[in-house]
Ligand binder design. Structure first.
Ligand code: GAP
Length: 463
């Protein structure tokens, strides 16, 4: 019998293989041997990712006081000096003295089951590493001879617009949040919102991760969905608690197994944070951060006020007082969400006496909502009906509708199960006389006869 770890690794391998086989995700720059920490999204991956961002957007739009932003990836280098990323955004790098492999010290400690919080200082992590040196092995050569731990900055640099060495260093953004802070005044000045209000943003972020790993979990180029809520200091803690509650409920409503979700309070708060926790998911490789929820105080706006000279205070008409709002942040990666959804919905079961792989995706997340098939592809009357009376109107309404006439019906069902298509619709000879089709349910395999004119509503009710 396989031990738990092997089974978990198997599951990750199966998911990676399914993603490639069916066109969800490909290794970045694959034909050139790959480019570590990058992945390219295929046809189905793009659709799944878009459904994930749509659901998040809708959850944010639900708030009357929410606004949306799409700020630049490239910003003035000053933004990252003010935010503290230039001086303090780093990972603990350790190099093997034998094979020169670069690793993250906290990951090596984890491999021997020694906890090392990501937020530890360089001094603290060096101390823990030194205490455990004798037990730690290099993942590449197995050697036990390592150099000293060095804090390595995570910001990726660029030369965009730099034509003179004396110009300030340019960075690719390490998080989307800074774009929100530097636009907070702009949004406030539009007059549509007042304190309290939120700014939501979805966009790419870049980090020079030392050891990108676990497929979509830790990438060098990834996408974040971040929301910053600006409020009065006296209201901040209450808002922090209510965002915590809302974000957990969001995942449960999405259909994620509640037993695999938990809050983890941060043990070592950064000096400016008033409270912080993660929502963790139990990935095949263990409980790991999915989303961060942080009460950041007035740190970010104060820093940008100091570095830019722009007054970041809000003038309260009622009290006639000025103050810098406090910020509650919710921050989650699109890639980590997709990985969680794949892990949560991947199943191998038996249906109708044969084994199958099935992604039990909630209909609103499924890349393909339904597949339409003529029972036989060499019968023009079936093809014509399926195409014009079923596929075309559904495609126009839902977009994410597939035409599938390849192989026999059993094979088509298996193929659609593997990509998580909730409904397969088959046009057969009866359809030509009674205008009904067979709709087969992915999870139960049960089939119903539905009138063609009712198909649109049938699907809408189930999304
Ligand atoms: N603005 C706060 C912030 O960026 P973070 O904990 O560094 O906080 C927030 O990142 C979220 O972004 C994480 O919870 C995770 O979902 C995602 N994330 C961070 N680094 C990532 C990486 N290298 N690859 C994929 N997702 C990542």
């Amino acid at each position: 019998m396989k031990d738990k770890n092997t089974k978990e690794n198997d599951l990750m391998e199966k998911i990676v293989s399914l993603c490639k086989r069916r066109g969800f995700v490909f290794q970045g720059s694959e034909i050139y041997g790959g480019f570590a920490g990058t992945y390219d999204w295929g046809h189905l991956g793009v659709a799944l990712k878009r459904n994930v961002t749509d659901v998040w957007n809708k959850a944010m739009q639900f708030h009357r006081d929410m606004t949306f932003l799409d700020s630049s990836i490239f910003t003035s280098g000053k933004v990252w000096e003010a935010s503290g990323h230039v001086s303090g955004f780093s990972d603990p790098l350790v190099v093997c003295n034998i094979c020169k492999e670069k690793s993250r010290a906290d990951h090596l400690l984890e491999s021997i089951s020694v906890k090392a919080d990501e937020k530890l200082s360089e001094l603290e992590i060096n101390k823990i590493f030194d205490e455990n040196r004798a037990k730690i092995k290099c993942p590449k050569c197995g050697g036990k001879d390592f150099g000293k731990i060095r804090a390595t900055n995570l910001l990726a640099t660029s030369n965009l617009g730099m034509f003179d060495e004396k110009e300030d260093q340019v960075y690719l953004r390490g998080e989307t949040a800074q774009g929100i802070y530097i636009n907070y005044k702009n949004v406030l000045d539009t007059g549509f919102v007042s304190i309290p209000f939120g700014i939501s943003q979805i966009g790419k972020a870049f980090r020079n991760e030392i050891s990108p790993r676990q497929f979509l979990f830790r990438k060098r180029e990834f996408e974040q969905m971040e929301m910053q809520y600006f409020c009065h200091p006296d209201e901040a803690m209450k808002n922090y608690e209510s965002w915590k509650k809302e974000r957990m409920e969001y995942y449960i409503k999405l259909g994620i197994n509640p037993k695999k979700l938990r809050f983890k309070p941060h043990e070592n708060l950064v000096f400016y944070a008033k409270a912080a926790c993660d929502i963790e998911y139990e990935y095949p490789f263990g409980w790991s951060e999915l989303e961060g929820i942080h009460y950041r105080g007035d740190y970010d706006l104060t820093q940008h006020q100091k570095f830019s000279g722009v007054d970041m205070r809000f003038y309260d008409e009622e009290t006639k007082k000025r103050y810098i709002p406090h910020i509650i942040e919710t921050s989650v990666g699109v890639d980590r969400t997709v990985l969680m959804i794949l892990c949560d919905t991947y199943n191998e079961d038996e249906l109708g006496g044969s084994k199958r792989i099935v992604l039990k995706l909630p209909p609103r997340l499924a890349p393909v909502i339904c597949a339409v098939s003529p029972l036989l592809k060499n019968k023009p009357e079936l093809v014509e009906y399926a195409n014009t009376k079923v596929y075309a109107p559904l495609k126009a309404e839902f977009g994410r509708v597939a035409w599938d006439d390849n192989g026999n019906i059993g094979k088509r069902y298996r193929r659609q199960d593997e990509i998580g298509t909730p409904f397969c619709i088959v046009v057969d000879f009866d359809t030509l006389t009674d205008d009904t089709v067979t709709v087969r349910d992915r999870d139960t395999g049960e089939q119903e006869r539905i009138k063609v004119e009712d198909l649109e509503n049938y699907i809408k009710e189930r999304i």
